[in-house]
Design a binder for this molecule. Structure first.
Ligand SMILES: NC(=O)c1ccc[n+]([C@@H]2O[C@H](COP(=O)([O-])OP(=O)(O)OC[C@H]3O[C@@H](n4cnc5c(N)ncnc54)[C@H](OP(=O)(O)O)[C@@H]3O)[C@@H](O)[C@H]2O)c1
Length: 436
């Protein structure tokens, strides 16, 4: 039987999962790969107590793995975009195929890495980079290859979904739940990448590139996080029949492609509204198949290892017949990828949830509805919530029908200028997701 040798770089959460799942399931993995896979070297600065390395060849220098003549596939699991980039390029320069779970690396340097790999007849795979254990890359790139994708929308960051789920079900403050997420190991010590939507934007860029056969790029991708969300908005949204989810959305329209990551009201009857805690889910709407939903664990040691090892098995199967049975990383050859116009968020059309504080006296609401009507925005629902006794202002919450964001922005300026309105107008985008 053919032998395929794997080198693992980084033995943290995912690295340990990969080491342990390969060790535990080696017979099934070999049967599926139709070869004999072994871990010939592990690169880690220190041992991980979750792994029995007693029979392993360990190097304290990950670059040893990338240069080791006894390694066919380098698995990059160190994270980041600097050393990881050097490591992947070193592996390619030394004739190794590469598997990575690193979304930041692929989103920022994917085109350079893929070009280098293609020029050397090597494969770079990255299933685990988006939605951890959910095989969404393969589904989008291969399972839906016959389709024109119209749109996709996903909960693609488990930390933000955990925080929003807790704010929703327990009425807790953002900062309070974030502290718990950090204590539970869901959120990093520096949670900026998660809560400000940067991690989700990396993943959305990768999904959109495959869905729309366009080069990987973060340019024009609108990103907003959840750190400014207030529990009262989560509560009011529920009263109106909506859940707030942090979504990555990519949509094709006649004007170009929308790429955006932001908190979003979704109807509570939609499947995605029921995806809670650290789970991920991606809905894909495509012309032939209609709407499909992919759900599961978006992170974690062994769920992510499941995707990493699937890539190793794929490469092991086809590496000797490259490029005959090879699927290009973004679904088609680089020459076939087309640059599309990325739409400015101002031109994107969505519904809106609006909240502001207004004097509780006759005529105020009619001023507001006139402003909306002058901006060409129709109102779907309006509610007014009393403030504590003695307070003369009430919270006004409005749901609008679909409109361009620039029209909403105009209306917001006029509403904020009303002498009867106090403070800023807060808004959150709203998507119906075809009611699925
Ligand atoms: N965790 C998840 O659920 C998940 C899910 C999907 C994708 N990913 C991606 O998978 C990758 C790994 O994530 P992780 O959660 O496993 O991270 P992690 O637990 O922090 O592990 C990273 C490991 O890489 C090592 N490392 C970092 N820089 C190194 C260097 N310059 N030289 C040698 N070793 C180095 C670290 O060693 P030290 O301990 O010595 O610092 C650590 O053991 C990231 O790209 C992440 O985005 C993670």
């Amino acid at each position: 039987m053919r032998r395929v040798k794997v080198g693992i770089c980084g033995l943290g959460t995912v690295g340990a999962g990969v080491f342990n799942v390969i060790s535990r399931n080696i017979d099934a993995i070999n049967a599926r790969a139709n070869c004999q896979i072994s871990i010939s070297q592990v690169g880690c600065r220190r041992d991980n107590i979750d792994c029995d390395l007693s029979k392993s060849n360990v190097s304290r220098d990950i670059f040893d793995v990338a240069k080791n003549p006894d390694v066919d596939i380098v698995v990059e699991l160190i994270g980041g975009t600097t050393v990881a980039f050097d490591l992947v390029m070193t592996a390619l320069n030394n004739g190794k195929h590469v598997v990575t779970a690193n979304k930041a690396l692929i989103a920022e340097h994917g085109m350079t890495i893929f070009a280098e790999a293609a020029s050397r007849g090597l494969i770079v795979s990255f299933e685990a980079a988006v939605a951890g254990g959910i095989p969404i890359i393969k589904a989008l790139r291969e399972g839906l290859a016959a389709n024109q994708v119209n749109w996709l929308a996903g909960i693609i960051n488990g930390t933000t979904n955990f925080i929003l789920s807790q704010m929703d079900s327990k009425g807790r403050e953002f900062s309070d739940v974030l502290a718990e997420a950090q204590a539970k190991g869901y959120a990093e010590a520096d949670p900026t990448f998660d809560v400000e939507g940067i991690d989700a934007s990396h993943k959305l860029a990768i999904l959109a590139s495959i869905a729309f056969s366009t080069p990987l790029s973060l340019d024009g991708l609108f990103t907003d996080g959840i750190s400014k969300l207030e529990p009262q908005d989560v509560t009011y949204a529920r009263e109106l029949g909506y859940a707030i989810k942090h979504l990555g959305i990519a949509r094709r329209s006649e004007e170009g492609i929308e790429l955006r990551v932001h908190p979003t009201l979704v109807p509570e009857s939609s499947l995605i509204a029921g995806v809670n805690d650290v789970s991920n889910a991606i809905m894909v709407n495509a012309d032939a198949v209609g709407t499909t939903l992919y759900y599961g664990p978006g992170a974690g040691s062994e769920p992510t290892a499941s995707a990493v090892i699937a890539d190793v098995i794929d490469i092991a199967r086809v590496m000797d017949s490259y490029p005959d049975s090879w699927v290009p990383p973004l679904g088609c050859d680089a020459a076939q990828l087309k640059q599309h116009k990325i739409m400015d968020i101002e031109d994107v059309e969505t519904g809106f949830y609006i909240r502001f504080s207004a004097l509780d006296k006759p005529g105020v609401l009619s001023d507001v509805t006139k402003i909306m009507s002058d901006a060409g925005i129709s109102i779907e629902a309006i509610i007014q919530r009393e403030q504590p006794a003695g307070e003369h202002y009430v919270n006004v919450i409005i749901l609008t029908n679909v409109t361009k964001e620039k029209f909403l922005d105009e209306a917001v300026v006029h509403i904020e200028n009303l002498t009867t309105v106090r403070g800023n107008v807060n808004f959150i985008r709203l998507e119906y997701l075809d009611q699925i």
